[in-house]
Design a protein around this ligand. Sequence first.
Ligand SMILES: NC(=O)c1ccc[n+]([C@@H]2O[C@H](COP(=O)([O-])OP(=O)(O)OC[C@H]3O[C@@H](n4cnc5c(N)ncnc54)[C@H](O)[C@@H]3O)[C@@H](O)[C@H]2O)c1
Length: 392
Amino acid sequence: MTMDKVRLGIIGLGNMGSAHVKHILDGLIPNCVLGAVCDIDEAKLKKYADQKCYADSAAMIRSGDVDAVLIATPHYFHTTIGIDALENGIHVLTEKPISVHKADCERLIAAHNAHPELVFAAMFNQRTDPHYLKIRQLVETGELGELRRTNWIITDWFRTEAYYRSGGWRATWAGEGGGVLLNQCPHNLDLFQWICGMPSAITAIGAVGKHHDIEVEDEVTALLEYPNGATGVFVTTTSEAPGTNRLEIVGTRGKLVCEGGKLIFTRNEIPMDRFSAETSSSFGKPETWTIDVPLSKPGNGEQHIGIKKNFVNAILRGEKLIAPAEEGIHSVELANAMIYSFMTGRRVELPLDSALYEEHLKRLIADSRFVKKETIAADVDMSTSYNNNAGK
Ligand SMILES: NC(=O)c1ccc[n+]([C@@H]2O[C@H](COP(=O)([O-])OP(=O)(O)OC[C@H]3O[C@@H](n4cnc5c(N)ncnc54)[C@H](O)[C@@H]3O)[C@@H](O)[C@H]2O)c1
């Protein structure tokens, strides 16, 4: 029997999950109905008394009420609930990051590989933004020439102490698995690799709890080395106001800068490498044109609604995914490598050794002074680490 509407179940009804529910109930996602909702917090379910409610995702997945789930829980559960859904024939759209660390990404992706008939997507909503779509096109088509240097200063993720106190799982190694790189930056790290490709090595400096009473990173500066010799810098923090969001990409044919809603391409009339090789001038530079790049649409695109529409269309008629979840491993790998680099003082070559990083994270969890029993990820055995750290 062919399906004409997708019955989507939303798992996790917090800030993001409740917005996803609203989009469906407001009829913004064609051919999608709310199949059921799920949250371990009964109080969250009360608001949805007229819907099918589950306090346990495993029960919802096996209920027959949903064809697909959208996982909007704390990050660790993206892996465990995602695997459970895929193994039970349910399509999955997971919030970012797809997992907390690379080894979990590999487990989640393996579950999908065993069920390739299921649609498996990730909520990288910023991929629908016309600015990033255009930048990607300019890089991919060679309009910018060969990549020379990348730079993303993304320091406008300002978060307060009140924010970090707002959820027990937030900003702990056991509950969230990282800080600004795992919560705020998955979008930027995803776009960075989507546009410029993956670097081959990372060296980072950073700090945990530098400006907040948290145990995870709230400030990171990373140097990136790309396979073709290009270099890059990624700077982020949750403790800077007003903060900056400035993406600059340089290729042999010029410079792209995206900031403040504008995309400016300063284009070399003659590619810089050719100019350098052929000119007789010692100090000359290529002539440039400055282009205020026109975008396909004003604004920031369809964002979360666009990704849900695309997911539903992929299930119903095989539409190509904007953000296949498999690609989510890259942003996780970048985040893990940056954390590992600044914590060990080492330059990290990619691909990252996923088992090595998982061990590193387990040690951080074991040494945590912030661990709270109720916020622990399901797959972490806290019995020893919690007791070992009592009174710290
Ligand atoms: N794409 C985006 O723009 C965006 C924005 C915000 C958050 N997010 C992501 O959404 C996820 C949730 O973030 P949030 O800010 O909504 O958090 P939140 O704390 O507001 O909500 C999480 C909800 O999940 C519930 N929950 C926890 N464990 C569960 C489980 N095992 N089964 C069912 N429900 C469970 C909690 O009770 C809570 O209601 C995070 O992974 C975050 O990265 C994405």
